[in-house]
Design a protein around this ligand. Sequence first.
Ligand SMILES: Cc1cc2nc3c(=O)[nH]c(=O)nc-3n(C[C@H](O)[C@H](O)[C@H](O)COP(=O)(O)OP(=O)(O)OC[C@H]3O[C@@H](n4cnc5c(N)ncnc54)[C@H](O)[C@@H]3O)c2cc1C
Length: 295
Amino acid sequence: MKLEFLAPQTLQDAVTMAKARGDAARFIAGGTDLVIQARKSGTWPEAVINLQQIPDLGEIKGSGQNFSLGSLVTHRQIEREGRFAGALEALRESACVIGGHQVRNVATVGGNLCNASPAADMVPILLCLNAEVALAGSEGRRVVPLASFIEGPRKTKRAHDEVMTEIAFSAPAQKFASAFLKGGRRRAMEISIVAMAGVVSVSRDGKLTDVRLAMGAAGPKAIRLTEVEKFLEGKALSKDVLEETGRLAAAAASPIDDVRASASFRRHLAGVYARRVVELSWNRISEVGNDRSAA
Ligand SMILES: Cc1cc2nc3c(=O)[nH]c(=O)nc-3n(C[C@H](O)[C@H](O)[C@H](O)COP(=O)(O)OP(=O)(O)OC[C@H]3O[C@@H](n4cnc5c(N)ncnc54)[C@H](O)[C@@H]3O)c2cc1C
């Protein structure tokens, strides 16, 4: 079968091409999910619409509190982004464990979110940052919270002619730190068996506040651990508090057995990583210089 390869120069053209071809066409960014999946299944789309020549989709914008990632921003760009060093370190930590160098040089954050794998490594930290995704399609532009954009494994709210253009998020207003941990059978080129991201602030009296935790690869989609967040609010960090954090996180996991790990090991790891991410973020607070509330 002949594969039609289209290279629109504008967003509008990309949308028009997708609408005209319906389900037979797929957008392609880095191709590191699309091509692998097509090869594996032996089912190729009739047309692929390359997004790489559309201007402005590959930029990281913002500073201070508000940022946006163009959907074609690569994991390599995020990993090297100086604006994310310090308090937003978990963004760099999530990006730098995706695949190997070759993958990170071409694979994009938009592709990671649109592919909607339960183990997509950029999702947990972006959930913690309450990210919103912008979609441009034949019906116009809309903005959707990432938490509702991903509906389940490989299932999103995106219509087939909608291009994800950017992912926007705001950092917490008060001093905060973040951390990301990923578990796999080896350190590199590994799909997560559990991934955990956290964003933690500490009040002036030394208590945890505005704690955000999100877990990936331990259920059909990455989720915020709202019960753990509620439990941690207003608490000082202690051994008992960390133990309960782990217990609640493990209880929130709904993992499956698969070739990478058993459900019971994933559940155990969810508890361990929740504890470690909270502790690591707490320890990092004194190292980051983002205390806007003191101004
Ligand atoms: C060897 C290897 C290792 C990997 N390791 C990891 C890992 O450790 N962690 C991890 O999370 N992932 C991993 N991946 C998966 C993959 O690299 C990432 O999910 C990547 O971010 C996908 O981005 P992409 O640009 O290549 O997407 P593509 O393959 O181009 O697209 C993926 C899907 O999203 C759609 N799409 C892409 N961009 C847009 C857009 N802007 N608007 C609308 N639809 C769009 C496409 O139509 C397609 O359905 C790995 C892949 C490989 C090959």
